[in-house]
Design a protein around this ligand. Structure first.
Ligand code: HEM
Length: 148
């Protein structure tokens, strides 16, 4: 039985949670927290969203790598891309690496010291991860057209 459509559907659903959630965070919650100079507004949203966001990201990585393996079985090619599909996969991996680095820095260095004065620094981290999440969606669409 071909499970690719099911995995693809899971990938799309989890994408709505990851990218949609970050757009809500960056465009509605963050401006309010900055206006009120109140980091608690951000922490309250994160505490709720995290329970959905982290499993969604895990689904993205697992389903994305599985689909990438179906499309380009020779995974070593992902790291020295020569075709459009290989370049699209390489871009996805670069977006994933950047997201992991920025999220880890926020969690380990910014959030433990979050205050009204460090809120702008946190805002840059949120903006960066949100832009990367939109990048994931745009990179995903390129596969339909033979890749980059
Ligand atoms: C949070 C992270 C991610 C988001 C939001 C995301 C989003 C998307 C979206 C929206 C599509 C569908 C585009 C369409 O309708 O044609 C897609 C396709 C795809 N994504 Fe992701 N993605 C993420 C992570 C990944 C990762 C880590 C990989 C692994 C390399 C990956 C591999 C793929 C592949 C191979 C496709 C093409 C499926 C096909 O057209 O058959 N994605 N992605």
């Amino acid at each position: 039985m071909n499970i690719y459509p099911t995995i693809f559907a899971l990938h799309l659903l989890a994408a709505t949670v990851w990218t949609g959630g970050h757009l809500v965070l960056a465009l509605t919650v963050l401006p309010r927290a900055l206006r009120q100079r109140n980091p608690q507004v951000l922490l309250d949203f994160e505490q709720g969203y995290e329970k959905l966001g982290m499993p969604a990201l895990a689904i993205q990585v697992a389903s994305g790598l599985w689909m990438a393996l179906q499309l380009v079985p020779d995974w070593e090619q992902w790291f020295s891309p020569t075709t459009g599909m290989e370049r699209s996969i390489a871009l996805k991996l670069a977006l994933l690496g950047s997201t992991a680095l920025i999220a880890a820095h926020a969690r380990l260095r910014v959030i433990p010291r979050l205050s009204a004065s460090t809120l702008p620094l946190m805002a840059w981290h949120v903006a960066a991860v949100t832009l990367l999440s939109v990048g994931f969606v745009l990179a995903g669409i390129t596969f339909r057209y033979g890749g980059l």
